[in-house]
Design a protein around this ligand. Sequence first.
Ligand SMILES: Nc1nc2c(ncn2[C@@H]2O[C@H](COP(=O)(O)OP(=O)(O)OP(=O)(O)O)[C@@H](O)[C@H]2O)c(=O)[nH]1
Ligand SMILES: [Mg+2]
Ligand SMILES: [Zn+2]
Length: 347
Amino acid sequence: MTKKKHLTQRQNDRIAGNQQKRLDRLAQKAAKADQQLEQAAFADAEPGVVISRFGQHADIEASDGTITRCNLRRTISSLVCGDAVVFRRTLQSQGTIDGVVEAVHERKSVLSRPDFYDGLKPVAANIDLLIIVSAVLPALSLNIIDRYLVAAETMQIKPLLLLNKIDLLSDSQRADVEQQLDIYRKIGYETLLLSAKSGEGMAQLDQYLSQGTSIFVGQSGVGKSSLLNNLMPEIAAVTQEVSDVSGLGQHTTTVARLYHLPQGGQLIDSPGIREFALWHLSDDEVSWGYREFRPWLGRCKFRDCKHGNDPGCALHHAVDTGDIAAERFDNYHKILLSMAQDKPAYL
Ligand SMILES: Nc1nc2c(ncn2[C@@H]2O[C@H](COP(=O)(O)OP(=O)(O)OP(=O)(O)O)[C@@H](O)[C@H]2O)c(=O)[nH]1
Ligand SMILES: [Mg+2]
Ligand SMILES: [Zn+2]
């Protein structure tokens, strides 16, 4: 979306109508689930981890490794993949539902993204490493990388830049990509180049994955699920070719899911996104999210400097002296511009 949305009254009415229908349906489902819960008898409470969340249900893994499909108590306002919970199994199976999530532990970290209609939505919780997956098919986008890095800095989750599909690169393309990734290495980010297809470089990835919980994020079609399949062939996650027509992925993975890696560590595969929006952040937070800008922030001649063509701009000066990469500065302005343009009206 590049233009601000101006909806007609009729469109607004229709959206409101659809939202009401959706709410009614959810309320009916919740009431039915509550009824089932009241009739059920439960075992003692036990700790668990959310493997996957869909609609009103979640798959919860217990410490013995078993997975129980659970309803959620209505007091639970938010539950995502990676959440640590307290749950109870039903003593007798209730159809497909065999338990209930009673409570959620406080999150160590949470990856959220703003949704045009639903506001800020959590995607996954308790993540230690945000693995930003890119490829050259779909085309490498430094803008998307920058957006994820700003988010990682804001959420204080360590990022790792992973470039997949290096088997597709010619020598000159490889040199080109290395140059682009150098921008990030210079400012202290770690990078990995590998191929889920040929297996080249996969061993280096193991070292990152074996500690804590990691999540694969990035555009659709960059090969997140293919990487998972390389690591755990028995999972056989569904993958799909990048469209010949658009050059984009086909949004194959639809829900985030957590896996236990045989070599230790947990990995969450998540659905690809078209654009990682940052509407929920202020301009200042975005500036701070560019880690190499920090020494220069507050040093501009004018306090309200927009770092555009303002005279005496410290950031501009740093770009001129080569301390800040022009590509990063350019993307920074693009991000601020798109935040102002695409913001939903309710924000
Ligand atoms: N040449 C090559 N192709 C790859 C590689 N990794 C993945 N692919 C292909 O890229 C396409 C997309 O892969 P997926 O794993 O479905 O991508 P994804 O990131 O999970 O996509 P979403 O689930 O839509 O977010 C498939 O056709 C894969 O076979 C690689 O290392 N090299
Ligand atoms: Mg996928
Ligand atoms: Zn400035």
